[in-house]
Design a protein around this ligand. Structure first.
Ligand code: GLU
Length: 487
């Protein structure tokens, strides 16, 4: 690609950043980064009622959390600002006036009721509901009369008749629409605010956007936008419409299929690198069999011709699997930072955590790092270190301690434990090795009983973590406690 790529992500701040929006942002970002282009982020807030600064901040924070930055736009500035549509009304007005002056747009005074009536008539005839152009040729007098009655007009774009608009979509190939099915659409609402379909065209054109990658749900807007580029003598960007995201049951992804907002994944303790990896595979497919991709690797490999036309299926199990992988791969220091808020919330941590306490906490996290799919789940695995009262998980666990040599094993273990000067993981490994050797007993009569004596359970983290995490005193107390429960 020789032209300088300029792409954009243009969310409407009417809620938090969704999975689908995040995927659009990612694909745009990847294209820009791959080809040395630029990424612009701007805000489409023409829906005054539903837009909020809170949503805007949520979206931008989620993008940053995912590691997606931008070269120009909201928060960072640039030569084509402002980057919020409600602050660009003056820019739009110029173009609207031009269309009005040329007769390519006109004022329409039809009321809601009139439009609804027209709609019903068309539907009853089995026709596509659309505006039939009642106000196309109002005389000056008629207009004055309407305004005299206090009616505030909208501005409609005069859609040319009998046109076929073909969009060479970079994902879907040529997609054609007939202009006769469209009907003159509103480009400025009665409150003077332009509609999305108009403002987006002016923004993309004045910001020299070369590629528009967005969700398939916008495909039907594209012919409307293409007609406006034509009418204004502007060059349209290239379009790529990425397929819908479906739930596993093949219906459109919704809350029923899992959280739809990026922030929800963040707050459950998903890692941004896992979500990025997952989003990339939601529609794009790599050349080989590899499933793990860092952002850097994606930048090297991403191309629009490997974006699928068919819908992508949102598979939460796959996200969990990827996330578990990234949790296991991450340095324990990082995972400890991520785990800490959950541990605090569960009441397992209090006050400042530094020095020895921090090292201890890292060992706790390391001992269970392989288990959780997302950090919130870590709580299910660390209870064994924090609960004071040990219960046998079942009769089978209790049975492990009822075997004849167990009291002697416990005694031998405790004797060795007392002698260890510094109870590290390595020292514990050596202790356990020496113990099995000395007793000439295998794991079944040493490791398993110790595990049950210390945790009440037959499965869990490695003993060489559990023992130093509990420390000498607690280890001995627990053995006393559980052995005492056998009587
Ligand atoms: N504001 C639109 C949305 O949030 C994006 C439209 C576009 O990318 O053109 O869905």
């Amino acid at each position: 690609m020789s032209e300088k790529i300029r792409v954009r992500f243009a969310p409407s701040p009417t809620g938090p950043l969704h999975i689908g929006g995040a995927r659009s942002a990612l694909f745009n970002w990847l294209l820009a980064r791959r080809f040395g282009g630029q990424m612009i982020v701007r805000i489409e807030d023409t829906d005054l009622e539903r837009s909020s600064r809170e949503s805007e901040e949520n979206i931008l924070a989620s993008l940053r959390w995912l590691g997606l930055d931008w070269d120009e736009g909201i928060q960072v500035g640039g030569p084509n600002g402002p980057y919020r549509q409600t602050e660009r009304l003056g820019i739009y007005k110029e173009y609207i006036d031009k269309l009005l002056a040329e007769g390519q747009a006109y004022h329409c005074y039809c009321s809601e009721e009139e439009l609804e009536q027209e709609r019903e008539v068309l539907l009853a005839k089995g026709e596509l509901p659309r505006y039939l152009g009642k106000c196309r040729c109002l005389s000056g007098e008629e207009k004055a009369r309407q305004e005299g009655e206090g009616r505030k007009p909208v501005v409609r774009f005069r859609v040319p008749d009998d046109r076929v608009i073909t969009i060479p979509d970079l994902v879907r190939g040529d997609v054609s629409f007939e202009s006769n099915g469209i009907g003159d659409y509103v480009i400025v609402k009665s409150d003077g605010i332009p509609t999305y379909n108009f403002a987006v065209v002016i923004d993309d054109a004045t910001m020299d956007i070369t590629h528009v990658i967005r969700g398939e749900e916008h495909l039907s807007n594209t012919p409307r936008q293409v007609l406006l580029y034509e009418a204004l003598g502007l060059t349209a960007p290239k379009f790529a419409h990425v397929s819908l995201i479906l739930g596993k049951d093949r219906s459109k992804m919704s809350k029923r299929h899992g959280s739809t907002a990026v922030e929800q994944y963040r707050s459950k303790g998903y890692l941004p690198e896992a979500l990025i990896n997952f989003l990339a595979l939601l529609g794009w497919s790599p050349v080989g069999e590899e499933e793990f991709f860092t952002l850097e690797q994606l930048v090297e490999q991403f191309s629009l011709d490997r974006v699928a036309r068919n819908p992508a299926v949102f598979d939460l199990d796959k996200l969990n699997w990827l996330n578990g992988h990234y949790i296991r791969q991450s340095p324990v220091e990082h995972i400890t930072d991520l785990a800490s808020p959950f541990l605090r919330q569960a009441g397992y941590l209090e006050g400042e955590i530094d020095g020895d306490k921090r090292r201890w906490l890292e060992l706790v996290v390391k001992s269970v790092q392989e288990y959780p799919a997302y950090m919130e789940e870590i709580i299910q695995h660390v209870g064994i270190y924090f609960e004071d009262e040990i219960e046998f998980e079942n009769e089978e666990a209790k049975g492990v301690l009822l075997q004849e040599p167990i009291p002697a094993v416990m005694e031998a273990f405790e004797a060795k434990l007392r002698e260890v000067p510094d109870l590290t993981v390595e020292a514990t490994q050596q202790l356990l090795k020496a113990l099995t050797k000395e007793l000439m007993l295998g794991g079944k009569l040493v490791y398993m009983p110790l595990r049950v004596a210390l945790t009440g359970q037959t499965h869990g983290p490695e003993l060489f973590y559990i023992i130093p995490i509990l420390g000498k005193e607690k280890t001995m107390d627990r053995i006393k406690q559980t052995m005492g429960k056998l009587k």
